[in-house]
Design a protein around this ligand. Structure first.
Ligand SMILES: NC(=O)c1ccc[n+]([C@@H]2O[C@H](COP(=O)([O-])OP(=O)(O)OC[C@H]3O[C@@H](n4cnc5c(N)ncnc54)[C@H](O)[C@@H]3O)[C@@H](O)[C@H]2O)c1
Length: 322
C-alpha cells in the first residue's frame, strides 16, 4: 500500500489529520522539524498504529531529504501543513515568509517531476486580511497584513501557477481560525490555548482592545475531516476551498465562553490592540459544502467545551462544570 505524507504532522492540526488518516487505514509518514511540533501529539497514534506510522525529523523545504522520503515510503499523497506560527512573523518576518513559500515550492517540484501524485496544500484565511466583503469566499481579495500571511499568499500563487502550467493534482484548503486539543499553549500560542492555560492557573484572561474583533472559529477535528474530504473528492482537483464555520465570533464572546467554562469571576486584564490584527473574519464555506459535500459539524460551544476538558485533564483539574 502506498503512503500518505503529512508535513507538520507533529503539530496541532497535523496530528489530528494523522489520527484521521490512520483510522482510515492509511500508512502515514510525518515530516516535521519539531519547531513547535511535539512527539506527544503523536504518542497515541504511534502506540495504536505501530509501523503504519513513520516519523521523520526533517525540514520539509529540503528537496533532497524530501525526495528520499517520498521515494522510500512510496508516497502517493502529500498534505502540506508545515509552517511557523503567525506570531513568529513578529520576531522573524523574513523567516516566516520563507518557510511558507519554500516548502510549497519543494513539494510542487517533486510533484511536477512525478515523485508523488497529489498535493493537498494548507493555506490560511489570513491571506485575505480584514474582510472587505462578508462572508469571505475563496475569491476574496488578498490583503495579507503579516509576513506569515504574505508567505501563505505567495505559496498559493506559486501552486496555482504550477497547476496551470503543468496540470498537476493540487488542491488548496484554507482553514479559518482553528482551536481544539493539542493547540500549542507555549510560545506563539493562539487566543484559545493561551486563555485556557491562564484560567487553569487561576489567572485572568487578557483582552486586546475592546474584543470586538471577529473570527470564524473551526474545531480542529472538523478541519482534519475537511482536508481528507477534499483529498478524496475527484471534483476537488485544482480547486481552492475554505474550511469555515460561516459564523463570526467576537474575541469578547470567545473569552466569555471560556470564562464561563472555568467559572472565573475576577477582573480581566486589558491590553492595547495589536496593529497587525485583522478586524473581521468570516468565511463562506458554501463551495466546500457544494463541491465536496462537507460542512464542519461542531458548534463553537461544543468545541470549546471539548477543548476545555482536554486542557483541564492535562492540568489535573477535575470537576469542570458547565
Ligand atoms: N491553527 C490555525 O488556526 C490555522 C488556521 C489557518 C491555517 N492554518 C494552517 O494549518 C497548518 C497547520 O497549522 P497548525 O496550527 O497545526 O500549526 P503548528 O505550528 O501546530 O504545526 C505546524 C508544524 O510544522 C512544523 N514545521 C515548521 N517548520 C517546518 C519545516 N521547515 N519542516 C517541517 N516541519 C516544520 C512545526 O514543528 C509544527 O509541528 C499550517 O499550514 C497553518 O498555516 C492554521
Amino acid at each position: 500500500m502506498r503512503s500518505v505524507l503529512v508535513t507538520g504532522g507533529a503539530g496541532f492540526i497535523g496530528s489530528h489529520l494523522v489520527d484521521r488518516l490512520l483510522a482510515r487505514g492509511h500508512r502515514v509518514v510525518v515530516v516535521d522539524n519539531f519547531f513547535l511540533g511535539k512527539r506527544e501529539n503523536l504518542a497515541d497514534a504511534q502506540a495504536a498504529a505501530g509501523d503504519r506510522l513513520v516519523i521523520r525529523y526533517e525540514d520539509a523545504a529540503d528537496a533532497v531529504a524530501m525526495r528520499e522520503i517520498v521515494e522510500r515510503h512510496e508516497v502517493r499523497d502529500v498534505y502540506n501543513l508545515a509552517t511557523k506560527a503567525l506570531e513568529y512573523s513578529f520576531d522573524n518576518p523574513r523567516g516566516a515568509y520563507e518557510v511558507n513559500t519554500s516548502i510549497a515550492l519543494t513539494l510542487a517540484e517533486l510533484l511536477r517531476k512525478g515523485h508523488y501524485e497529489r498535493l493537498v496544500h494548507t493555506s490560511s484565511s489570513e491571506v485575505f486580511g480584514t474582510a472587505i466583503t462578508r462572508p469571505m469566499g475563496e475569491d476574496h481579495p488578498r490583503n495579507p497584513t503579516t509576513t506569515y500571511a504574505a508567505g501563505k499568499a505567495g505559496a498559493d500563487l506559486a501552486l496555482q501557477s504550477y497547476l496551470r502550467s503543468f496540470d498537476l493534482d493540487i488542491r488548496i484548503v484554507r482553514p479559518f481560525n482553528n482551536y481544539g486539543p493539542r493547540q500549542n499553549a507555549g510560545a506563539y500560542a493562539g487566543v484559545v490555548p493561551k486563555t485556557m492555560e491562564r484560567l487553569l492557573q487561576g489567572q485572568p484572561p487578557i483582552l486586546h482592545g475592546d474584543g470586538s474583533q471577529g473570527r470564524d472559529f473551526v474545531y480542529v477535528e472538523d478541519v482534519a475531516a475537511g482536508l481528507v474530504a477534499v483529498a478524496e473528492c475527484p471534483e476537488a482537483r485544482g480547486g481552492e476551498f475554505n474550511i469555515a464555520s460561516g459564523r463570526e465570533t467576537s474575541i469578547r464572546e470567545l473569552l466569555d465562553n471560556m470564562v464561563e467554562l472555568a467559572e472565573f469571576r475576577g477582573e480581566w486584564i486589558r491590553e492595547p490592540r495589536r496593529t497587525a490584527d485583522v478586524d473581521h473574519h468570516i468565511g463562506d464555506a458554501s463551495r466546500l459544502a457544494q463541491v465536496v459535500g462537507f460542512t464542519p459539524p461542531t458548534s463553537i460551544r461544543e468545541g470549546l467545551a471539548r477543548t476545555w476538558d482536554w486542557y483541564s485533564s492535562r492540568s489535573g483539574v477535575s470537576g469542570v462544570s458547565r
